[in-house]
Design a protein around this ligand. Structure first.
Ligand code: ZN
Length: 151
């Protein structure tokens, strides 16, 4: 077996097991989390805001119910994920802001996405709920629903 093919297989297996671990078909995000992202992104301007997403998968639905954030390190031109997420199994992905008109992931973003988490959000300017886009770890766009957490 060529090493290219072997790498492909390894990636496929890795992906399969990660999907198994989370095993979801839909992503739902609590409205509270969306509101917090919008607020924090605006507060952090002109710098980028970065946080981790807390959630869990149940009955094929991945629900994101919390934000974990701490002091971030940001550069005006690119984002560096300087800190590691807290050691908890509930971290399912990340969110960060783009102080510009695009919410497409940069190559640095794609590198970070592939390292940890299954859902990554990017909010672009103007910072509003409808300007949040979700991506999977390979940078493919994924859709999500927003629900009222009832709090
Ligand atoms: Zn970015």
């Amino acid at each position: 077996m060529g090493s290219k093919l072997w790498n492909k297989l390894k990636n496929w297996l890795k992906r399969f097991f990660e999907l198994e671990k989370y095993d979801f078909e839909r992503v739902i995000i609590d409205k509270e989390v969306i509101d917090n992202i919008v607020e924090l992104a605006n507060q952090t301007l002109p710098k980028e805001f970065i946080a981790f997403l807390e959630g869990k998968a149940r009955k094929k639905v991945l629900r994101i119910y919390g934000l974990v954030y701490q002091e971030y390190f940001a550069n005006p031109s690119y984002t560096v994920y300087k800190f590691d997420p807290p050691i908890t199994s509930s971290i399912v992905g990340s969110v960060h802001s783009h102080p510009g008109p695009s919410n497409r992931p940069s190559s640095a973003d794609l590198h970070s996405f592939s390292k940890k988490g299954v859902v990554h959000l990017i909010i672009r300017m103007p910072y509003k709920a409808e300007n949040i886009q979700a991506y999977d770890k390979n940078g493919n766009r994924i859709s999500f629903e927003v629900v009222n957490s009832g709090k």
